[in-house]
Design a binder for this molecule. Sequence first.
Ligand SMILES: [Zn+2]
Length: 283
Amino acid sequence: MSIPKLIDIHTHVNFNAFKDDGDEVVKRTLENNIWMILVGSQIDTSRRAVEYAEKYPEGVYAAVGLHPIHLTEAYVDAKEISEEGVLGFKTRVESFSYEVYKELAQHLKTVAIGECGLDYYRTTEHGTHNMEQIKKLQADTFRQQIALAREVKKPLMIHCRNAYEDLIQILKEEHAQEIGGDIHFFAGSWDVAKQFLDLGFYLSFTGVVTFARDYDEVLKNVPMDRVMIETDAPYVTPVPHRGKRNEPLYVEYVAQKIAEIKNLPETEVFEQLVGNTRKLFRL
Ligand SMILES: [Zn+2]
């Protein structure tokens, strides 16, 4: 098996933003010796992630799961994701089907369960659910996906926004340290980071590190063997491509910035990032 230069551990070429040129995007990424994990957020995007992974003999993998914002009606505003050209969208409500996801999860190219977790930021009360009910629904659905990860013996790809305390509580109650995983788009303090590290989890960082200094302290403190990188494309495009659609190829800017913040040689950081990813996701 070949060794990639970098791996974008969380990207969405399986989303509609790439419906016209997804394969071209994947090919130019692979040509640059960068691998990727395509992450699903519902049944259809999870299935599309697996289909993409099946098409390529090496370098494209899938994560399958149900994102917490798709459990109830929520509106995502274009301004919130601060990208020009990305329209707001109404989420389609879905309830978690263990059997359907289990089938996708058992696929050889599926390397993680997610994105799953809690999101209290993009969740608003509406007709049928109050906030307490929404929180309970998110928690129950997350616990089912932890159970699935345990059954298929694959790690978790966790999404968490404005809900770190509750999420850590659930991970502890479910003994999720036995399963392991990554906290995608980590956006917490060093205090929060430490709690995830104590549970054996990895933290991944996006293109935000190229244009905001909010995570420098966390990054300086996190041991290099627990750091991973992602683009979360099509969102949060790194410098120097701000304003354009993000894509997995740009993960290199994230890696370079991390080497700069940690004051380590790029080659060493790149190797470590790839090693971490292959270890956790068994690539
Ligand atoms: Zn994502």
